[in-house]
Design a protein around this ligand. Structure first.
Ligand code: HAS
Ligand code: CU
Length: 558
């Protein structure tokens, strides 16, 4: 019991503060809006690639693809993460103070302005460079500045969140920090360290180059700085979903979490190993020595460990729960899970997707095998069953309790039914679409490319059936998005109630065990993170400056 203050034990914080709720809701409005726009773009892309549809009004395929990637992978996720983390802090550490909340609002508006700037440039067809904005494709400078502002906005919002976290620690010296608040802080520290990469390449390379101040750009360097950020980005998306898996799921079941200490350790491992692995996106790129590629492949295999720990914890929770309900056989517990609770079904289907999703990641990371799949649509299949299913389905599950919790309502029968429909329709659409992408990719179908018959080449004919399947999957996904929007509307309208929907936060089997001190030693965490980054990146990046890499002029190929 020593780790909890009496005040906490007597009056645990159970709700998101009202003023914080407004800030969270503002972020969530962007999530719904971005989902609708980005999802529509996605549907149209799959239709184009089926070969049976042409885009109207002179819209370009790559223009649409850029919109899709930017608005879903960056805008939607960032707004969700900011909103969710603020809610998690307010729920578990207590309300943000005025200064912390103001930072949240400033961050929100800076992100909004940045998004509008980039979206305008994409709409004007001045920025069809896809969400990874690889040089030498060159967009209008306003596009890069807009993207940079989106990142700066997250920094500001995150500053407010970190202040809340450290205020709790000051006010509760020596106590174990609330788990969700701790996880938020770890994710945010990772974010600060990794965004240095993308901020530097945008500021020092893309902006001067697109303004015409310098004529050429060092592509190898720009991609390396991008992926230094880009791989950690995928965990920045994933960790809020893991927060829900660890801390919320057991409570939805009415069970206890497996281990609070193990959950903290897995987050620390993500902090250490998410960043020094970006080169696994450049395994076939020239200009980086095989040794450093190999080292980062090894580090990539390290970052798989905390996901395996998460899988283990979740199995432990589910099995314990099922056995307490009377399950006996090896897998009998599976039947005892709450299959009628949409919050559970959404995130559980997400977990199921992450099994092939994670396996695919391991294939991608395996040096030689990467040569088979790199730049094929297999990769697109991979990220749709990682960020596009486990992550987003868990976000949906979180929206299901957050939206009514924040607006004083409760999930009713209709909302629950809509949630179940969303889960199954999404699973069907994403299942068909991404399976087709994986199979086509293995047969060599390229990614980042519009419909083409490749002059009637035999190999390309094989791809067409899969592309039609992608359009079928894409259509189900679009239906799912309509259901999601209806669900959100249902959750925030309906009558207000007194017993407001809870924001479930579980207790753990080792809740009252003494805290493991070093995982909350921030100086140590920063030193180890920086050390690993320096080992993995110092030599390859230095070589990019010292070796004579020819610069590239900008191209506008659309
Ligand atoms: Fe990845 C490319 C390697 C995870 C996203 N990845 C991408 C891109 C994106 C992305 C967006 O090494 C493309 C970027 C671009 O545009 O070019 N990825 C990995 C590895 C992992 C991994 C090793 N990726 C993710 C996650 C993402 C994501 C997570 C988003 C959220 N990825 C790569 C590589 C590339 C790549 C290469 C570059 C490829 C190339 O050539 O371009 C690992 O983190 C995966 C570990 C995960 C597991 C799964 C654990 C399972 C769990 C669920 C348990 C289920 C339960 C329920 C409990 C080992 C936790 C079960 C119940 C029952 C009853 C069964
Ligand atoms: Cu990666």
């Amino acid at each position: 019991m020593t780790n909890y203050t009496t005040a906490q034990m007597l009056a645990p914080n159970t709700k998101v503060d009202k003023k914080d709720a407004k800030l969270v809701l503002a972020n969530m409005i962007w999530v719904a809006f971005a989902l609708l726009i980005g999802g529509t773009a996605g549907l149209l892309q799959t239709l184009v690639r089926s070969g049976h549809f042409e885009l109207p009004f002179g819209i370009g395929y790559y223009q649409l693809l850029t919109l899709h990637g930017v608005i879903l992978a960056l805008v939607m996720t960032f707004f969700f993460i900011m909103g969710f983390q603020i809610a998690a802090l307010s729920r578990t550490s207590g309300p943000l103070n005025k200064k912390e909340r103001t930072l949240g609002w400033i961050g929100f508006w800076v992100m909004t302005i940045g998004t509008l700037m980039s979206a305008t440039m994409i709409a004007l067809n001045e920025a069809s460079v896809l969400y990874t904005f690889y040089a030498p494709l060159q967009a209008h400078v306003i596009h890069y500045i807009g993207l940079a502002l989106v990142i700066v906005g997250t920094w500001i919002s995150v500053a407010g969140q970190m202040m809340r976290y450290f205020r709790w620690r000051r006010e509760n010296k020596g106590q174990k920090t609330p788990l969700l608040s701790y996880m938020t802080a770890v994710n945010n520290l990772m974010w600060y360290v990794c965004t240095i990469g993308v901020a530097s390449t945008v500021l020092f390379q893309f902006v001067p180059w697109s303004l015409g101040l310098v004529e050429t750009i060092n592509i190898t360097l720009s991609r390396t700085l991008f992926w230094y950020f880009g791989h950690a980005l995928v965990y920045f998306w994933l960790l809020p979903a893991y927060m829900v898996w660890y801390a919320v799921t057991p409570k939805i079941l009415g069970a206890k979490g497996f281990s609070d200490n193990l959950a903290r350790l897995s987050f620390v491992l993500f902090l250490f190993f998410s960043i020094p692995v970006g080169i696994h996106h450049q395994l076939v790129d020239p200009g980086i020595d095989a040794f450093w590629k190999g080292l980062q492949v090894v580090l990539t295999f390290m970052v798989i460990v905390p996901s395996l720990m998460t899988a283990f914890s979740m199995f432990a929770v589910f099995e314990t729960y099922g056995r307490n309900k009377g399950a006996t056989g090896l897998l009998d517990w599976f039947k005892k899970l709450p299959w009628t609770d949409a919050r559970f079904v959404l995130l559980f289907i997400g977990m199921l997707f992450f099994i092939p999703g994670g396996l695919g990641g391991i294939i991608n990371a395996s040096g030689q095998m990467n040569q088979l799949v790199h730049n094929t649509i297999w990769i697109v299949g991979h990220f749709h069953i990682t960020v596009g299913a486990p992550v987003i389905l868990t976000y949906f599950a979180a929206m299901m309790f957050l939206l009514p919790h924040l607006t004083g309502r409760k999930i009713d029968k209709i909302a629950n039914r809509l949630g179940l429909m969303l889960a199954y329709t999404w699973a069907l659409g994403m299942g068909i679409m991404s399976a087709a992408m994986h199979f086509a990719g293995l047969r060599g179908a390229p990614r980042r490319s519009t419909f083409s018959e490749y002059g009637g080449a035999e190999v390309a004919e094989e791809w067409i059936t899969y592309q039609v399947m992608q359009a079928v999957g894409g259509s189900f996904l679009f239906i799912a998005i309509i259901i999601a929007i209806l669900l959100f509307l249902k959750l925030v309208t309906g009558p207000k109630v007194n017993d407001v929907e809870e924001f479930p936060v579980a207790e753990f089997m080792d809740q009252y065990d003494p805290a493991v001190k070093w995982v909350d030693n921030w100086r140590l965490l920063i030193i180890i993170t920086a050390f690993l980054v320096l080992i993995a990146y110092t030599v390859p990046i230095t070589q990019m400056f010292t070796e004579n890499i020819p610069g590239a002029k900008g191209f506008k190929l659309w």
